[in-house]
Design a protein around this ligand. Structure first.
Ligand code: AMP
Length: 305
């Protein structure tokens, strides 16, 4: 691929596409020796504004910015969309260049999982065994695939900071756990959910939505908005009821809709002074969509007044 052809004259010529981990390590070694900080944004590509928000944060805070583009087979279940997951590397390179990324790491599957590959990183217990929805389609193996590839990326890139989206709130909780448990020297930064104008959380999988499903999909963010309003006034049960009503009105059947402690993912029935995550997943048309809202503990002095 000729990067010069893609180049936005101001930025894209600076993007270096790398497919081999040793080359990426070598490319970063010089800057690291000079004390430059490295930021990493792991993605599966088909970039949208949600991804770009991570890259812009990395650009603002780090000297060298790396993005990975890797559709990770290990995190797809047998019935999932690995083969049809949308891909457009050329466009991703252009957008990464415009966001000021220095290195795009886009390895082939065999570079990440060479023959004989037999090791995994798994966060066990309550963080990965919940919020799975239909267990025949998705379960802890999904997150084992995520933590394995993210641990590998951390080892390859050795970032000072890694950027993730609140859109995948459970993934964030799991990666924080992994980093703490395995003493991985990286700071995790979490960026807010970027939405379309009508509220739909941006996702590469939104490409699967036909016009009818695209319209229906707006019910998820509406439901979470209703939950947020009701949570403040009437508590979490009412919040979940309000969300359920919005989904039902749009004909969307959630795989799960739950209120959980944002860090431990333990179910919470009533606000307990800690942030509560209300998370939803639903199959809408051709896409399995997830979305969530964080309910911050109310300020007691405000609540009493
Ligand atoms: P993905 O390519 O879907 O694996 O996502 C890569 C990273 O981008 C993950 O950390 C996601 O949480 C984050 N991300 C995806 N969609 C959004 C969004 N709408 N807003 C913010 N971050 C997002």
């Amino acid at each position: 691929m000729n990067l010069v052809e893609l180049a936005d004259p101001t930025h894209a010529q600076d993007v270096k596409l790398i497919r081999v981990k040793d080359e990426l390590r070598a490319a970063l070694a010089h800057g690291r020796r000079e004390g430059r900080s490295v930021g990493l944004g792991p993605t599966m590509g088909y970039l949208h504004e949600g991804h770009l928000s991570l890259l812009r944060a990395a650009r603002a805070e780090c000297d060298l910015v790396v993005i990975s583009l890797f559709v990770n087979p290990a995190q797809f279940g047998p019935g999932e969309d690995l083969d049809r997951y949308p891909r457009d590397e050329e466009r991703d390179l252009r957008l990464a260049g415009e966001a000021g990324v220095d290195f795009v790491y886009a390895p082939p599957v065999a570079e990440v999982y060479p023959e004989g590959f037999a090791s995994h990183v798994a966060v066990e217990g309550g963080l990965t065994e919940v919020l799975d929805g239909d267990p025949s389609r998705r379960g802890p193996e999904h997150f084992r695939g995520v933590t394995t590839v993210v641990a590998k990326l951390f080892n390859t890139v050795q970032p000072d900071v890694a950027y993730f989206g609140q859109k995948d709130a459970q993934q964030v909780a799991i990666i924080r756990r992994m980093v703490a448990d395995l003493d991985i020297p990286v700071r995790i930064e979490v960026l807010p959910i970027v939405r379309e104008a009508d509220g739909l959380a941006m996702s590469s999988r939104n490409a699967y939505l036909d016009p009818r499903a695209r319209e229906q999909a707006t019910a998820l963010s509406r439901a979470l908005g209703a939950a947020e309003d009701a949570a403040a006034a009437e508590g979490l049960d009412a919040a979940l009821d309000a969300a359920r009503a919005e989904l039902r009105a749009a004909g969307v059947e959630p795989e799960y809709l739950e209120a959980r402690d944002a860090e431990s993912l333990i179910p919470v029935a009533e606000p307990n002074g800690r942030p509560v995550l209300i998370a939803v997943a639903a199959q809408v048309g051709g896409a399995r969509l997830i979305d969530n809202v964080l309910i911050q503990p109310s300020n007691p002095s405000t609540a009493e007044s």
